[in-house]
Design a protein around this ligand. Structure first.
Ligand code: NI
Length: 172
């Protein structure tokens, strides 16, 4: 097991489009294991490759949905193939933007296709928090952060708060 460093807002890799994974092999499975360890250690519910400095299309999630069902997935080359027209709004945070949360509007239900860590195709029909987490993590693979999904006004407020927190942290 290994804990990986988490990239934070300002890191260029968070803004890059991650490359498709070419081979599902032991190296990739090791990476996924380290990503789970890192996510649990940071008390997050999802983590994407670029957040640990790996610009490849892999994500992990461990989400308890509203009905208490638990969903643990490591997904390779995930694609959101369907999204409901219906949307809802809920609070999101991000391990790469620690200390900030804001309501984000997203489709309520999505279908995601990917490969498992065995290299088998998987199809996940998700709603609730799982749907939200999967969309958030797939966004990371495209260099998109949840703050990009906010109105310019709200994003501005959050970014000012972020810079203020950074200055405080640098002093403290
Ligand atoms: Ni995030």
């Amino acid at each position: 097991m290994a804990l990986l460093d988490i990239e934070v807002l300002g890191a260029r890799i968070l803004r890059e489009e991650a490359a498709p994974v070419e081979a599902v092999d032991d190296d990739l499975r090791r990476l996924a294991g380290d990503m789970f360890d890192t996510m649990y250690h940071a008390e997050g519910i999802g983590l994407a490759g670029p957040q640990v400095g790996v610009s490849r299309r892999i994500l992990v999630v461990d989400v308890k949905n509203d009905d208490e069902s638990r969903h643990v997935h490591a997904l390779v080359n995930p694609v959101v193939v369907e999204a409901s027209r219906e949307q809802d709004k809920a609070s999101e945070g991000c391990l790469s933007i620690p200390g900030l949360e804001e309501n984000v509007t997203r489709p309520v239900r999505v279908t995601v296709e990917a490969l498992s860590l065995d290299g088998d195709p998987v199809r996940i029909e998700a709603d609730g928090l799982l749907a939200r987490a999967l969309q958030h993590e797939v966004d990371h693979l495209d260099g998109v952060l949840f703050i990009d999904r906010l109105s310019p006004l709200k994003r501005g407020i959050l970014l000012r708060k972020w810079r203020k927190n950074q200055r405080t942290a640098a002093r403290g």
